[in-house]
Design a protein. Structure first.
Lengths: 338, 338
DNA sequence: GGTTATTATGGAAGCGCTTCCATTATAACA
DNA sequence: TGTTATAATGGAAGCGCTTCCATAATAACC
């Protein structure tokens, strides 16, 4: 049986209230008694029972994260940041992994009302208005990451600007035949998760083309389920077009990897024969010398926790939007067309 | 304010004990009153407070996982299995990510005594005897995954057998010049995490060579920090040996990927010029057509939770060892030597 | 040194549940 | 129908803490 506050109080010859005071180092404890209590704690190897503390505080001291596919590099990287930041705090972290939209809906319903978390971070999963209403009605603070809603806190990037940035880079290199390779653009049938980033990146792509006076060619936009394998197939399709593009903007580094492979298989040299740019700057991008748009994934996690902890301490504060910067990282997969 | 058991009791016109009975569906509740209580719960949108339940039960209803680098595919895949299995249960899951040996030691000390988990899963991090003693003294049940100690439950694979299996496959194809590419073999200075699998796989490799009467050549064993990049460098080194190997057994699929790249860079065809076999069968191995030794990573996670839940229900049961099967998966990166 | 302001301390209630124990309602039996 | 066995129910204690409130000890002041 672990020692309780009563054992400590008895050993130190004080009341339990005093022990509690040194635990929460509140004022008005004579330093001599504080030391006596601390000695007793050490002697008994006392650790306060977190459950009892939560019970008395009326808080769970726990933060939940709802994230899709924690196998994908970008999600895992954000999670790393979140975990690191939560570990520094007094909070525990519970991870809810979502692999189906049913699971998402179940968590969206049960987690806020379940009284098991004080705060919630949601990654990349846009809540509906009904969801948001429920979040607000429950007392849990919420921070969205990589998705947005005006009534909730959110850490985002400007995906449209990123798409524009990537496309402009290719245009500046002299490309005019630029393809966009992505996952399906927000078709709720094919994409039950309603991910939005590929759509906004697409809009940035379109905008950059328009600004440069380059007409959009629909055959240059190919989309399929998000995976390296599907991306490879799409890239093959693009490269075997009668008038193939000279550059491919992939909506994620994972998809850019598929494109790189397709190019190799078609005996095209990158970047001499075909330029390829990705998005995210996941770990492996450095290694592949992939030109990409860097978003600060790890830092996003840190910032999300920081904002959430702030909200926990200042309930009722207005929802904030934090937009993190993007950066073009030029490596070795983009060059002027021949 | 969320409704409490008192509100439900009052609304249903019963005592709180009765409400508690229907919550924990214990016997001896007349079905008519049960229905009345359930109706009241629904009307009040009542959800029992998990903290209070834990307090009363004297259990945390929480499982912890201590895992290194949850970015690496093999760890993430095991975690997925763990998360899926815990989500089915009444338990919450807390993830402790370890990126330094100090962090590991801190968690090994604090988690079992912190009264915040009932059970603990530890992935790939061998505890010292002192650690184990502390685990046993605390009341938390422990399950090791991918690491072993005779006093603790463990889900493992036979790494030596796996190493032998991989090497025998190459021998059977006719190879005699077989290299082993790994991370450092358990040198505590270079490898503060004391990972053991590469060492045992090495022993299996040595044994297979010996059984086939092939002398071991020390220049055929190259080791460096676990990464695709380092593995690529090591492979280059092997391939530029005066008498280079005709086959490389990489201690993990990640390292095998590095070897594949080195081969391509040296204009060697795989498997015609050089055979490469990996270990783990992570997701991407299928995609790369990599021959490998498959270990059931996801299932390992499921089994770990299953065993842990069993221990939680049967405290004092003797530590079990579960050895999961390995399987040679022949794809397209191994072939007879020229 | 006596009085009042201030600081230190202990007792007890309360957080929302489970469960033991005593009590009351129902069923079984003669 | 009267009696005992059994099922159903409510009250209250207790889980380990925090914190309010009252009291005791010390400091400050004239």
């Amino acid at each position: 049986m672990p020692a309780t506050i009563y054992h400590v109080a008895k050993k130190a010859g004080v009341g339990i209230a005093t022990v509690s005071r040194v635990l929460n180092n509140s004022a008005n404890v004579r330093s001599s008694t504080r030391e006596r209590v601390e000695a007793a704690m050490r002697a008994l190897d006392y650790h306060p029972n977190p459950i009892a503390q939560r019970m008395a505080f009326g808080k769970t001291l726990t933060i939940g994260v709802i994230t899709p596919f924690f196998t994908r590099p970008a999600f895992v990287e954000r999670l790393r940041g979140i975990e690191a930041s939560v570990a520094e705090s007094e909070y525990d972290l519970i991870v809810y992994n979502v692999e189906t939209s049913e699971k998402r809906d179940a968590y969206f319903r049960s987690v806020p009302t379940g009284q098991r978390v004080d705060g919630l971070i949601i990654i990349s999963l846009p809540p509906t208005n009904a969801d948001v209403e429920r979040f607000l009605k429950s007392k849990v603070s919420t921070v969205l990451v990589d998705t947005s809603h005006s009534a909730l806190n959110r850490i985002i990037i400007d995906d449209a600007a990123g798409g524009r940035m990537a496309t402009q880079h290719l245009i500046q290199l002299g490309h005019r035949k630029i393809a966009y390779l992505s996952d399906p653009l927000n078709d709720p049938l094919v994409s039950p998760f309603r991910f939005t980033s590929s759509l906004y990146r697409y809009q940035g792509y379109r905008q950059a083309l328009e600004e440069a006076g380059i007409p959009f060619r629909s055959e240059y936009h190919q989309a399929a389920e998000h995976s390296r394998y599907q991306a490879r197939l799409l890239a093959h399709k693009l490269l075997s077009l009668p008038d193939p593009p000279t550059a491919i903007f992939a909506a994620s580094d994972t998809q850019a990897m598929g494109a790189l492979e397709a190019a190799h298989e078609d005996s095209l040299k990158v970047p001499e024969d075909i330029s390829i740019i990705g998005f995210d700057d996941i770990e492996i991008a450095t290694y592949l010398h992939l030109t990409t748009i860097r978003q600060p994934l790890y830092e996003t996690g840190l910032r999300a926790v920081e904002l959430l902890l702030f909200c926990l301490e200042h309930p009722g504060s207005r929802p904030q939007e934090i937009v993190l910067p993007l950066e073009l990282v030029v490596r070795e997969t983009t060059a002027p067309p021949k």
